[in-house]
Structure formats: C-alpha cells, structure tokens
Ligand binder design. Structure first.
Ligand code: NAP
Length: 308
C-alpha cells in the first residue's frame, strides 16, 4: 500500500514524519524518490499532469494538497479516481486570520493612517462601531463560514451569498444569481471566497462593483481569475470602490509591469492568505485513507461536474 507525496517540497518532511510515525503500514514516498510507480495507490499533489498520471496504473485516490482544485486537470484523472480537496484546520485558521486582519484594517482605517503618516499628517478619523459596517462573504463554504463566525465575534453586520441557501445564526443569507443584487447592495466590505469555476470566473467585474455601495472595499482571497483587473482599476479610480486587498492575482506571480503594484489603494500579498499545514492536514488525510481502506465513503470529494 503506497502513498506518493508530490507537492510543496519544504513541507514534505513533516508529512513523511507523520505518516511514518502513525501509519507505518503505509509506504509513504516523497517525490522524486518515488520508487516503483506501479504500486502507487494514493497521490497527494497540487497538480495532476496527464503524462504523470498515466504512469500510475493503480491510482485509487487523488488528494489535492490545497483547498482549491481549479488547477487540477480533471480529464487526466480516470473517472473511477475520486478527487479529494484539502479541508483542514490549518487552512481554515490561516484564512480566518487573514480576512479578519483585512476587515479590521479597513474598519479601523489603517491604510488611511499609513498614508497620513507618510505625509506627516495627524488626522483622527471617526471610529464607528463594528455593527455599523456590513461585511458580505461570497461563498459560504468551509472557509467562508469560518470567516463569518469569527467576524461575528467583532459585532459586524454580516451577510453571505452562496449557490445554495446556507442558513447561519447572525448572518443574513442570500442564494443564487437572483439574490446577488440585494446581497451586494448592502456590503461595505465584499470578500470573495468562491471556488474558481466557469460560473464564477470574472464575477468580480464592473457590473458587480456598480451594485455595491459607493466607497465599498474588496478583499479577494478566492482566485485571481475571479477578478477583472481593468474593471477594478476603473472602479477604484472612479471612487466606486475605496480599496482592494488582493491575495490572489492572474497570473501569479503578477507581472512586473501590472498597475496593481503601484496603485495606492491596492494592497497585495503573494497568495499567502492560508496554506496547508502538514501538522493538522496529515491526520485528516490519513483518516480519509483509512476510510477508503475500510470501504467507507471518502470525505471532501469534489463534484467534477460542478468543478469544486
Ligand atoms: P468550499 O467548501 O467548496 O465552498 C465553496 C462555496 O462556494 C460553497 O458553499 C458553494 O456553494 C459556493 N459556490 C460555488 N459556486 C458558486 C456560485 N456559482 N455562486 C455562489 N456560490 C457558489 O470551498 P472552501 O474550502 O471554502 O474554499 C473556497 C475557495 O477559497 C477555494 O476554492 C480556493 O479558491 C480559495 N482559497 C484561497 C486560499 C488563499 O490562500 N488565497 C486558500 C485556500 C482556499 P454550495 O454550498 O451550494 O456548494
């Protein structure tokens, strides 16, 4: 029974350590020291290149090493191989920290004070209560719900938008394309935590921005292609949007000449909002392998037809 890890090299040792300690019956291999590929039944990887997958005749399960699967070529994986995405506390905690930091920095005008300091200006602004700000989350999945739960602890007015209706205490819920407009109409800060699919590509566009209150801010922690860059720049320059915090771009890394780098109201981070943490992810992945071995249904299998 063998598992091959072919992902983020610096964290491979922590994965191997966990499996060798807690699952000595499983032959845990780390790429490129993969041994005989004919034996590999479980693959933990970021991508599934067709020519590589073709070399794994006994592959039973593909585990994505990240939360999203938009980078995975589904067609390279035979239909009988389930695709499992990464849902683990480390990714969730990282995302909750990042989005909370962004929302609080916007709420407490940190970016304005940074600019004021650079200009040598002492200019105290009003401090409105958190309850006076409406924060909207697009995508009420594992990450979106955790973010909403944490933001609730600060007292923000919260709303969420999702494909299917998700009911959460203290959150006004909206569902589907028909309810996108009323959802957006109240959002002072809009957070994108959608998966990237044909239905969500380019969703952060001129029309959507025009439905937000004037001066709203955007936090995109989904994927770069959710955003139409030119539409964001136009909305920022017209004052329709006040600021954008972007953790994801298209492409990554962002090209050196891209206007986001120099834009004073775009805050950029290099896709670090959250990362899979081997210490918390390995036990969850191992439990899923055990479920598979026992013939039980796997957790967190994606729906190929929906794309997430
Ligand atoms: P998830 O649990 O699969 O949740 C996705 C949610 O989005 C679901 O609730 C789903 O609705 C909803 N959704 C899907 N398509 C939709 C549509 N067309 N309209 C409205 N709602 C839609 O995913 P997750 O774990 O929360 O992760 C979300 C995304 O975050 C990932 O796909 C990835 O792109 C991104 N991410 C980014 C980072 C980073 O570091 N920046 C890290 C991790 C993840 P249903 O409930 O109806 O299915």
């Amino acid at each position: 029974m063998s598992i091959l890890y072919r992902s983020d090299a610096p964290r491979a040792a922590a994965w191997a350590h966990y499996f060798r300690k807690f699952a000595p019956d499983l032959d845990f291999r780390v790429w490129p020291d993969a041994g005989d590929l004919d034996d590999v039944e479980y693959l933990i990887a970021w991508q599934a290149p067709a020519e590589f997958i073709a070399k794994l005749p006994r592959l039973k399960v593909f585990f994505s090493s990240g939360a999203g699967v938009d980078h995975v070529d589904f067609s390279a994986l035979p239909e009988h191989v389930p695709i499992v995405r990464m849902v683990e506390p480390g990714i969730i905690d990282g995302m909750v920290e990042y989005v909370s930091l962004g929302v609080l920095a916007l709420h407490r005008d940190f970016f304005d004070y940074q600019a004021a300091k650079a200009a040598g200006v002492w200019n105290p602004l009003e401090v409105p209560p958190a309850s006076s700000r409406t924060i909207g989350v697009m995508g009420m999945g594992a990450l979106g719900r955790a973010v909403l739960e944490r933001l609730a602890s600060y007292g923000f007015d919260l709303r969420g938008w999702n494909r299917s209706l998700r009911v959460m205490d203290g959150v006004e819920s909206f569902a589907g394309p028909d309810q996108l407009q009323p959802f957006l109409a109240g959002c002072d800060v809009l957070i994108c935590l959608l998966p990237l699919t044909p239905a969500t590509k380019g969703i952060l566009n001129r029309e959507l921005f025009s439905l937000l209150p004037v001066g709203a801010a955007l936090i995109n922690v989904g994927r770069g292609p959710h955003l139409v860059d030119a539409d964001l720049l136009e909305a920022l320059d017209a004052g329709q949007l006040s600021r954008a915090i972007l953790d994801v771009t298209e492409p990554e890394p962002l090209s050196a000449e891209h206007p986001f780098w120099a834009h004073p109201r775009v805050f950029l981070t290099p896709h670090v909002a959250s990362m899979t943490q081997p210490e918390s992810a390995a036990p969850i992945l191992l439990e899923n392998v055990r479920r598979h071995q026992r013939g039980e249904p796997l957790k967190d299998v994606i729906d190929r037809s929906r794309g997430y």
